[in-house]
Design a protein around this ligand. Structure first.
Ligand code: PLP
Length: 412
């Protein structure tokens, strides 16, 4: 077989890829598990004949695997087209189903747009949404969740780990508050699933989103855990697939790829060792980059995803730096949304109290399986060089020393 898993491992030869929070390459496990469902097992899992039954078997096995990996029952797994759909289905689906009881939702200001935009849509339909603030590390306070719950609250949605700064939230504590107050709890675990062991019962969550392409699975494939007994209005109307929670012929290969990729990343001993390896590389990267004057780490010093390094850099635009690094064959991101050519400062950094001007200089470097110590060294050198060049070009004076930590965030 030629291609990525033959002799040509093309993406690795060309670039240093440090944008795994954006997407990951397809892993061998997912690729190999999917192949039969892209070739001989092409049936429709709703058909009762042999081809259909074979596809159904693949889908059922994938469902069992995903359920087992998060402590759920197979019937509680809904396959979706990815993290965005899972988030939308959780929020709109659960909110509309409970709307006769109340129309109040609680979320945080640092959620992914897949959550925030869906909440905004619900606001336009008469729901009230409380957006909780976060501290300087991007942390939600469980007490603030408790204080915001009212008689009318039907849903709380807080992400397990942030996609821009990697901060890990106190999910089990929030889950216990929601359970006690009988409010449904949704967790966007899209970024966390590759690194943190997930147990929907220990976390006391009712809805949980995952996405395959963030953990070496295929794009366009995800899952939503829906606790048995949680009412849900489907977003897609049509057939009775996925226990009538998501109409449409299932993406069998996508679901199989998600299950295989998730199983490979969740293998306990391997994950612990890989998390340790990534943490060491990430800390080295953060140390190197924050040694540049005027560069400050964003996010929590300890409670952050092992692969996540994020900083703000004074005197540059994050987008310019990403473009400069790209020319050096290093792929990174700003962590901020690009809209029609203008780069808006990240809503996550602003919510953490970082001034808009400073937030414009954001850089996110997220590591993955194939990154090495040599990659980190090369990247530190390249970032140092590119920042100096960009600052010189904009004639911004080089800060003499690192300014006071951003909102109190110490450097690693
Ligand atoms: N939620 C989080 C935290 C994410 O980081 C992303 C993707 O960046 C999504 C949701 C959306 O996932 P998908 O790209 O699978 O739609």
């Amino acid at each position: 077989m030629s291609g990525r898993f033959g002799r040509r491992r093309y993406h690795r030869l060309v670039t240093i890829y440090l944008d795994h929070a954006s997407t990951t390459p397809l892993g061998r496990e997912a690729f190999e598990a999917m192949l039969p469902y892209l070739s001989e097992h092409w049936g429709n899992p709703s058909s009762i004949h042999r081809s259909g039954r074979r596809a159904r078997q693949g889908l059922d096995e994938a469902r069992e695997t995903v359920a087992m990996l998060i402590g759920a029952k197979p019937r509680e797994i809904v396959f979706t087209s990815g993290g965005t759909e899972s988030d939308n289905l959780a929020i709109s689906g659960a909110a509309w189903a409970a709307s006769a009881r109340g129309r109040h939702i609680i979320t945080s200001g640092i959620e992914h747009k897949a959550v925030l935009q869906d909440c905004a849509l619900l606001e336009r339909h008469g729901f009230e949404v409380t957006y909780l603030g976060v501290d300087e590390y991007g942390m939600v306070d469980p007490e603030a969740v408790a204080a915001a719950i009212t008689e009318r609250t039907v849903l709380v949605s807080v992400m397990a780990a942030n996609n821009e700064v990697g901060t890990i939230q106190p999910i089990a504590e929030i889950g216990s508050i929601c359970r006690e107050r009988r409010v449904s709890f949704h967790v966007d675990a899209v970024q966390a699933a590759a690194f943190l062991p997930i147990d929907v019962n220990a976390w006391q969550v009712d809805l949980l989103s995952i996405s395959a392409h963030k953990l070496y699975g295929p794009k366009g494939s995800g899952a939503l855990f829906v606790r048995q007994g949680t009412s849900m209005v489907p977003l897609l109307q049509g057939g009775s697939q996925e226990r009538q929670r998501r109409a449409g012929t299932e993406n069998v290969a996508g679901a199989v790829g998600l299950a295989a990729a998730f199983a490979a990343t969740a293998e306990n001993s391997k994950r612990a060792a890989e998390n340790d390896r990534l943490t060491a590389l990430r800390d080295e990267l953060l140390n190197g980059v924050t040694a540049i004057p005027g560069v400050l780490r964003t996010g929590h010093p300890r409670l952050r995803l092992p692969n996540s390094a994020s900083v703000v850099i004074d005197g540059i635009e994050g987008g310019d730096l990403v473009a400069a690094l790209d020319l050096e064959e290093i792929e990174a991101s700003t962590g901020s949304a690009c809209t029609t050519g203008s780069v808006e400062p990240s809503h996550v950094l602003l919510a953490m109290g970082i001034e808009p001007e400073r937030a414009r200089g954001s850089l996110r470097l997220t590591l993955g399986r194939e990154n090495t110590a040599a990659d980190i060294e090369t990247t530190i050198e390249a970032v140092t060089r590119c920042v100096a060049r960009l600052r010189a070009a904009s004639a911004a004076p080089e800060p003499a020393q690192a300014p006071a930590a951003v909102s109190g965030a110490p450097s690693v």
